[in-house]
Design a protein around this ligand. Structure first.
Ligand code: APR
Length: 255
């Protein structure tokens, strides 16, 4: 199986990757629906919806500041690094991610589409102001701040620039992702339960356009039924082996 996957990738014309929380699990970031996952310890309705933010912004900011602190300590793992290498080799055209942890960019991928936003970006609830706290260098003071964060332009409450349940995805990112999925002849699907739409449409669009889906997961998911190849195992390990086989395949020309 992994040999065929390496061959498909080595000879791909337009390879994309679609990733979920599972690719960051080995970086120490909890997933959502696994045992011990985030949704096991928090009620979505209390911390990840627009209504929750209106009702109790302090609780929502506590939740996101806890996640920010955790993600800030996390490093890209071998799976993220393998995707960055595949992009440098000219094979991987884009990473479409559901993750907000910024680890694909930190691993070195340039063409990253974040369908659910980015935990380090905040946006104003009253005007168009947005800020990337990593780029502005304000992340430490922001995390120490006890008071609710306010917009420096208009004074309104700032919120995390992430997609909450019941909210639309960023249209531009979604359209770009769908177009990439239509062009893909091979799609790596890594570490997602495939349960949250419209993001989870990506592998289906690849299939509808005669592309191949290679899934990497520690267990079967909602995507597995449409996967052409299912590589069972932790993303870091499988991606490291897969990358080595792709390189050998390109070198040997024989595969
Ligand atoms: N390697 C590969 N896959 C893994 C690993 C690992 N080390 N650990 C866990 N997984 C798999 C799980 O088997 C599961 O299929 O990762 C998947 C994680 O699924 P979810 O927790 O549902 O995360 P995800 O699919 O990214 O959720 C999608 O739901 O809550 C929303 O906005 C949130 O973006 C998120 C979306």
């Amino acid at each position: 199986m992994i040999e065929e996957a390496a061959k498909l990738i080595a000879h791909s014309r337009f390879l994309i990757a679609f990733t979920g929380a599972g690719i960051s699990a080995e970086s120490g970031i909890p997933t959502f629906r696994d045992r011990g996952g985030l949704w096991e310890n928090y009620r979505v309705e209390e911390v990840a919806t627009p209504e929750a933010f209106k009702r109790n912004p302090r609780l929502v900011w506590e939740f996101y500041k806890m996640r920010m602190k955790r993600m800030k300590e996390a490093k890209p793992n071998k799976a993220h690094l393998a995707l960055a290498e595949l992009e440098r080799m000219g094979l991987l055209k884009a990473v479409i991610t559901q993750n907000i942890d910024n680890l694909h960019r930190e691993a070195g991928n340039k063409n990253v589409i974040e369908l659910h936003g980015n935990i380090y970006r905040v946006k104003c609830t009253g005007c168009a102001y947005t800020e990337n706290l990593l780029e502005s260098g304000r992340i430490e003071e922001f995390l120490k701040e006890e008071d609710l964060p306010k917009c420096s332009e208009c004074g309104s409450l700032l919120r995390p620039d992430v997609v909450w349940f019941g909210e639309p995805l960023p249209q531009e990112a979604l359209q770009k992702a769908f177009k990439l999925a239509e062009r893909a002849d091979v799609c790596l699907v890594i570490g997602t339960s495939g349960q949250v739409f419209p993001a989870a449409y990506i592998p289906y669009i690849v299939k509808d356009n005669k592309g191949y889906v290679i899934e990497i997961n520690v267990k079967e998911s909602g995507i597995t039924p449409i996967a052409d190849i299912f590589l069972k195992g932790p993303a870091g390990e499988v991606m490291e082996t897969l990358l080595a086989k792709v390189k050998r395949c390109l070198k040997d020309k024989g595969c």
